[in-house]
Design a protein around this ligand. Sequence first.
Ligand code: SAM
Length: 285
Amino acid sequence: MIQQFKFSETLHSGYAQTFEVREVLFEHRTEHQHLVIFDTPSFGRVMALDGAIQTTERDEFIYHEMLAHVPLFAHGQARDVLIVGGGDGGMLREVLKHPGVERVVMVEIDRSVIDLCTHYFPNHSQGAFDSPRAEIIVGDGVEYVGSTDRRFDVVLSDSTDPAGPAEVLFTERFYSGVKRCLKEGGIFAAQNGLPFLQADEVTNTYKRLAGHFQDRWFFAAAVPTYVGGIMTLAWASDDKALRQLPVEVIAERFRAGGLKTRYYNPEMHVASFALPQYVVDSLVD
Ligand code: SAM
């Protein structure tokens, strides 16, 4: 909600973060959601969708590095990656940093998010949308995973919160579709909210993954503008060992990859799977 030069997030009832706004750069109701991009002295340019902060120039690297590199370095030999959502391009940029990744399919429901973020957040995508290894599909992620004949080593759901167009991306229908298009030994990871304020999201995802994956867990990242404590990222595979690799193995893969990061490192990778007790207690079937 933009008042005179301030933006207050409307994601949580009764609690909000507020940004001082230097300039509203773009505001529009797209076919799918309300989109606003504004410039701030504290976090640079910021985008909100349906009143929820999606990304900021200043702290986007944290979320994009963790949701991309933890699954990819855990997998170790991913060739084919699917990103659902990810319209700002930051996830695609990070996935393409892995030289072994041969093809990334990105299924984003709202073309205008891609177009506007390419224009207003050039450092997010850094040309990733034009990579010969990237294939951009405008469509609904739940339809895609339920129908594609493509198979992937890693599927990343970089979606908005479970309301509006993204609601379907937190359902059993979506998770069974993801499992359907994962190769043997594949890994699924997803944006899954902030458990201190959105406790039901962790419990619901944990339950809904049960019938489709042998192993379900979460890993954490601290993103300043996803307010309310640590953010949990959902994790699912059929091999628990994939999230228990020793730091030496991850460090060797990280070294060999030669990636430059600002938040992710092998120690953070391993530590991110350690969850606070209140989160562990919410993992009930
Ligand atoms: N980093 C952000 C976060 O953690 O909340 C999310 C970034 S990205 C902007 C989220 C994207 O998910 C949006 O571009 C939105 O259009 C897309 N999206 C929402 N529902 C979708 C669906 N059903 N299929 C594909 N993309 C979807």
